[in-house]
Ligand binder design. Structure first.
Ligand code: PHE
Length: 491
C-alpha cells in the first residue's frame, strides 16, 4: 500500500533521525573541550539546566511549527502569518551557510578515520595545508551525505539513522570503557572533567553553556521544523523531544569520559591545553599513537564514530535547504539535493583552505574581514543567527499561535502533556525561554563587538535583511509548497 504522507515511517525512526542531527561534532568535540575550558563539572551542570530550560521548550516549538504545516520552514511560518514567511527563509539560509564549514571538518574526520592505521599523529601539518586532499575529503563527505538525502526521508535519512545511530552509541561506549580502564591517569582525567568547582563560573560560562545547548540540539536553524514536518500525527512530540535531549546529552557526557582519561593517561599536562581544534585533531592522534596497535584500532573506531555523527548532522542541514528548493521550485529531490550540495561544496573550498592555514601556519589566508572563513561563518551562524531563529519559533508559538492553542492542537493529535508541563510550558515559551535566548543573543553581540568583529554582526543582520527582501519580492505572494508536493514533483 502506498503511503499518502511523505515522511518518517515510525516514531523511533523520527527520534533517531533528529538525534542523529543533534549528535555531532558539537557533542564529541565541542562539549568536552568547552567543559574543560569552562570549569569542568560546574559547566556540565549548567549545561544540563540549559537543555531543560531552553533546549526542550524550543525544540518542541520548532517541531510543532513544522508538523502542523507539513511543509518547509518558509511555508510553515507563512501558515502562521503571511507576513512572517521571511522568518522561515532565515531558517533556510542559516543551515546553508553551516554546511559549507561543517563539511570541511567532516572531511578532516574522514581523512583521520582512513589513515588511522598509518598513524595520524603528525599528519595535521601536511594534510590540512594540502589543498587538494582537503578538497577531496570534503567532497567525499558531502557526497556520502547527499547520496543518503537522495534516497528520501524514509528510505534515506530514516533508514540510515536507524543503522548508524546504534553503531555510534556502541562505539562511544566501547571507547569510554577502554579509556576508563587505562589505569594510570584515569583519576586525574576524571577529576579534571567531573569535579565541580563553581568558583570559576562567570556569566561567560553560562553564555557558553546556553550557546552550546542550542548548537548541540540543532536548534535555531530550521532543522527541527523540517524534521517535524515529516513527523506523522501519531508521533508524540513531547516524548520525542525528551528522548532527543536525553540521547544528545548522554552522548556528550560519554564523549568526555572517553577523551579525558585517555589524554591524562598520555600526559596530564595536556589537559589544560585541550582546546579547540587541537583536542581532536592534534592531541588525540598523539594519544592514540602512544597506545601502540590498540591505539590504531581505537583511533579508527573513534574517527569512524565522529564521521558517522557528522554525516547524520550534515544530512539534516542539507535536507532543510533541499526541502525548500524542491517544494518551491517543484524539481525532483535528487536534482534539488545535488544543486544544494554543489553550491555548498564550492563555498567549502575557500573555507577548507583557510582553516588549514589558520590551524597550522597561524597566518590567516584567505581571510574574511580579518577572520578565517570557518570562524567567520561559525560566528555569523552560531553566535548571531541561531538565537534569532530560535527566538522566532518561541515567539510565534508563545504569542501568535498561543501556548494553550498549541498544546490543544498537539493533544488532539495524541501528544501527551503531563499536567505539570501543561502548566509550565506556557510560562516557559512565552517568557523564560525567549528571555534567555535574548540574553544569549545580546551576549554574543557584545562579544563580537568587543573582539572587533563588527563585520560578523553586520553580515549576519545583513542576511536577515536580504531574506526579508527576497521573501517579499519573490515568495510572499507565490506558492512555496508543502511536503505533499514532493510526490508531484517526482512525476
Ligand atoms: N547539533 C550538531 C552537533 O552537535 C551540529 C549541528 C549544528 C548540526 C548545526 C546541524 C546543524 O554537532
Amino acid at each position: 500500500m502506498e503511503k499518502k504522507r511523505n515522511g518518517f515511517a515510525s516514531g523511533i525512526g523520527f527520534i533517531l533521525a533528529a538525534a542523529g542531527s543533534a549528535i555531532g561534532l558539537g557533542n564529541l568535540w565541542g562539549f568536552p573541550y568547552k567543559t574543560a575550558t569552562n570549569g569542568g563539572a560546574a559547566f556540565v551542570l549548567i549545561y544540563i539546566a540549559c537543555v531543560l530550560l531552553i533546549g526542550f521548550c524550543t525544540m518542541l516549538a520548532e517541531q510543532f511549527i513544522g508538523r502542523r504545516a507539513q511543509a518547509n520552514p518558509v511555508s510553515a511560518f507563512k501558515k502562521i502569518s503571511p507576513k512572517l514567511g521571511w522568518c522561515g527563509l532565515v531558517a533556510v539560509v542559516v543551515p546553508t551557510f553551516i554546511i559549507c564549514y561543517y563539511s570541511v571538518l567532516g572531511g578532516w574526520t574522514v581523512k583521520y578515520a582512513v589513515s588511522s592505521f598509518a598513524g595520524n599523529a603528525d599528519i595535521i601539518g601536511t594534510f590540512s595545508v594540502n589543498t587538494w586532499e582537503v578538497i577531496l575529503f570534503t567532497g567525499l563527505f558531502i557526497l556520502a551525505s547527499v547520496l543518503i538525502i537522495m534516497g528520501g526521508v524514509e528510505k534515506g535519512i530514516e533508514k540510515m539513522s536507524k543503522i548508524l545511530m546504534p553503531i555510534l552509541a556502541v562505539i562511544v561506549l566501547l571507547v569510554a570503557v577502554y579509556s576508563l580502564t587505562l589505569g594510570e591517569g584515569v583519576k586525574e582525567g576524571l577529576t579534571f572533567y567531573l569535579k565541580p568547582d563553581f568558583s570559576g563560573v562567570t556569566f561567560k560560562t553560562v553564555l557558553t553553556a546556553m550557546g552550546q545547548a542550542f548548537y548541540s540540539l540543532s536548534l535555531g536553524m530550521g532543522i527541527m521544523i523540517t524534521y517535524g514536518s515529516y513527523a506523522g500525527k501519531e508521533i508524540d512530540l513531547t516524548k520525542s523531544c525528551a528522548m532527543i535531549c536525553i540521547f544528545d546529552t548522554a552522548i556528550a557526557l560519554l564523549a568526555g569520559l572517553a577523551i579525558f582519561p585517555a589524554v591524562a593517561h598520555f600526559d596530564a599536562s595536556l589537559l589544560g591545553s585541550s582546546q579547540g581544534v587541537a583536542l581532536m585533531y592534534i592531541i588525540l592522534p598523539k594519544v592514540f599513537q602512544y597506545m601502540g596497535f590498540a591505539g590504531k584500532l581505537v583511533s579508527f573506531l573513534f574517527f569512524t564514530m565522529v564521521t558517522i555523527a557528522a554525516v547524520t548532522s550534515v544530512i539534516s542541514l542539507i535536507e532543510v535547504t533541499t526541502q525548500f528548493v524542491l517544494q518551491k521550485f517543484m524539481v525532483n529531490r535528487k536534482l534539488a539535493a545535488v544543486a544544494v550540495a554543489v553550491l555548498c561544496f564550492a563555498v567549502s573550498i575557500p573555507v577548507g583552505i583557510s582553516l588549514g592555514h589558520v590551524a597550522i601556519l597561524e597566518e590567516s589566508s584567505p581571510a574574511l574581514f580579518g577572520l578565517d572563513w570557518l570562524t567567520f561563518f561559525d560566528e555569523v551562524t552560531n553566535t548571531v543567527l541561531m538565537p534569532v531563529c530560535a527566538l522566532f519559533s518561541c515567539l510565534v508559538v508563545g504569542w501568535i499561535i498561543k501556548p494553550r492553542a498549541a498544546i490543544g492542537e498537539m493533544e488532539v493529535e495524541g501528544t501527551h502533556f503531563p499536567k505539570w508541563l501543561r502548566k509550565v510550558y506556557p510560562l516557559m515559551i512565552r517568557f523564560i525561554t525567549p528571555l534567555l535566548i535574548l540574553v544569549v543573543e545580546i551576549g554574543g553581540l557584545v562579544t563580537e563587538i568587543k573582539n572587533d568583529n563588527v563585520a560578523v554582526v553586520i553580515f549576519a543582520y545583513g542576511l536577515v535583511i536580504v531574506s526579508i527582501l527576497l521573501y517579499f519580492l519573490f515568495f510572499a505572494k507565490t506558492y512555496t509548497g508543502t511536503n505533499a508536493d514532493e510526490k508531484l514533483a517526482e512525476k
